[in-house]
Design a protein around this ligand. Structure first.
Ligand code: 3PG
Ligand code: MG
Length: 414
């Protein structure tokens, strides 16, 4: 069932408490090196402001684990947001303390306030009891603190809006407890979450075929559930990245010094059997003898499963790249999650680039799962030639696993 959208709430004169994911990368001087997540939240923020509402923004940045960590402050995000909106953005130096309270109370119509990192508060990430039927007194105390923290946020808003797609797989206070405490008030999705769900769930539930998934990345263990789920709905699942070497090992191949998960070969075998013709593995590998010096090291292209000792696989080989590009070209829907090799280090970017270019050129509905593949398509300058680039890393992966998100489930139905 679709969720109610911020577009369908009367926000004039109201305060919208909006959870966003401004977890953006910062350099050593607190400069934002990629502001995509902030830009993608603009439509929801602007829509509320244009309709005469005010916005109080909540976000996390990094993993400060309940401590105030100055280099994980959201102050740079407030500055960047003000530039992008072309209007002042208030910033509170705490999340629920005196500064937040007074700035929230002083906020006028058309005003925007960003509160400091929700994860500076230990209450934000309190987990559910290990045994929910028998919580310990300590666990109950922590849950009560989480609720009290969430209550302080909940009273700030007339409307709750979740536009934090990258964090939707979490049940933290600002994602789940706050909306649960705002029952009776409108609790809606923002435009970004709406769009992400449309692509990562709806487009996949009813795909234009052939439906091709390309999965890369380092570990099979990270992608098991995604591979299993996609094998049930895709026509082809293409494997790349270091996890291909674990599959190769499972087939009795020689992997040299490649990154492998030796304890996952049984699982890889199971997936090969379950996948049959659908699961496509690389036929060749581009390897090198020094991961520390990819440009200068000795390189070899070998058949899959024939990597010599002293060498490690760093990319799919050219034959595989061509084969994968050809499969992509005839696809109706493509989902891509995880690079084919060490794309940050030329010449081992070739496989990832070939796949990215094939996706960009194809007329298929193309969905790029977040994280490294989103970074790759961005670096190659092809992001505007695909249908959707997700802002979620872990969240997009869990969505491709077919999981439901409690933080979304709790919101109002459309
Ligand atoms: C992310 O970047 O994956 C999201 O912002 C969520 O952050 P987390 O993985 O630290 O919960
Ligand atoms: Mg994450």
């Amino acid at each position: 069932m679709a969720k109610k959208s911020i577009a369908n709430v009367d926000v004039a004169g109201k305060t919208v408490l909006m959870r966003v994911d401004f977890n953006v990368p910062l350099d050593d001087n607190q400069n934002i090196t990629d502001d995509r997540r902030i830009r993608m939240a603009l439509p929801s923020i602007q829509s509320v402001l244009e309709r005469g509402g005010k916005v109080i923004l909540l976000s996390h940045l990094g993993r400060p684990k309940g401590q105030v960590v100055p280099k994980e402050s959201l102050a740079p995000a407030a500055k960047r947001l003000a530039e992008l909106l072309g209007k002042p953005v208030e910033f509170a130096t705490d999340t629920v303390g005196d500064d937040a309270k007074s700035k929230a109370a002083a906020l006028g119509d058309g005003g925007v306030l960003l509160l400091e990192n929700v994860r500076f508060n230990p209450e934000e990430e309190v987990k559910d009891p290990k045994d929910p039927a028998n919580p310990t007194p300590e666990e109950l105390e922590k849950l009560a603190q989480k609720k009290a923290f969430a209550e302080k946020l909940a009273v700030m808003g007339d409307v709750y809006c979740n536009d934090a797609f990258g964090t939707c797989h979490r049940t933290h206070a600002s994602m789940h407890t706050v909306p649960s405490l705002m029952e009776g008030k409108p609790r809606v999705v923002g435009f970004l979450v709406e769009k992400e769900i449309q692509y990562l769930t709806d487009a996949i539930a009813n795909p234009t075929r052939p439906f091709v998934a390309i999965l890369g990345g380092a570990k099979v263990s990270d992608k098991i559930k995604v591979i299993k789920n996609l094998l049930t709905i895709c026509d082809k699942v293409l494997i790349g990245g270091a996890m291909a070497y674990t599959f190769s090992l499972a087939q009795g191949g020689q992997v040299g010094d490649s990154l492998v998960e030796k304890d996952k070969t049984d699982l890889a075998k199971e997936l090969i059997e379950a996948g049959g013709d659908k699961l496509v593995l690389p036929v060749d590998t581009h390897c090198g003898d020094d991961f520390g010096d990819p440009a200068g090291c000795n390189k070899q292209v070998v058949k899959a499963g024939e990597i010599a000792d002293g060498f490690e696989g760093m990319d799919i080989g050219p034959e595989t790249a061509k084969m994968y590009a050809d499969i992509v070209k005839s696809a109706g829907t493509v989902v891509w999650n995880g690079p084919m090799g060490v794309f940050e280090k030329p010449p081992f970017d070739a496989g990832t680039r070939a796949v990215a270019e094939a996706i960009a050129e194809s007329d298929a509905i193309s969905i790029i799962g977040g994280g490294d593949s989103a970074a790759a398509i961005e670096v190659f300058g092809l992001a505007d030639q695909v249908s959707h680039v997700s802002t979620g890393g872990g969240a997009s992966l869990e969505m491709l696993e077919g999981k439901k998100f409690e933080a979304v489930e709790i919101l109002d139905e459309a």
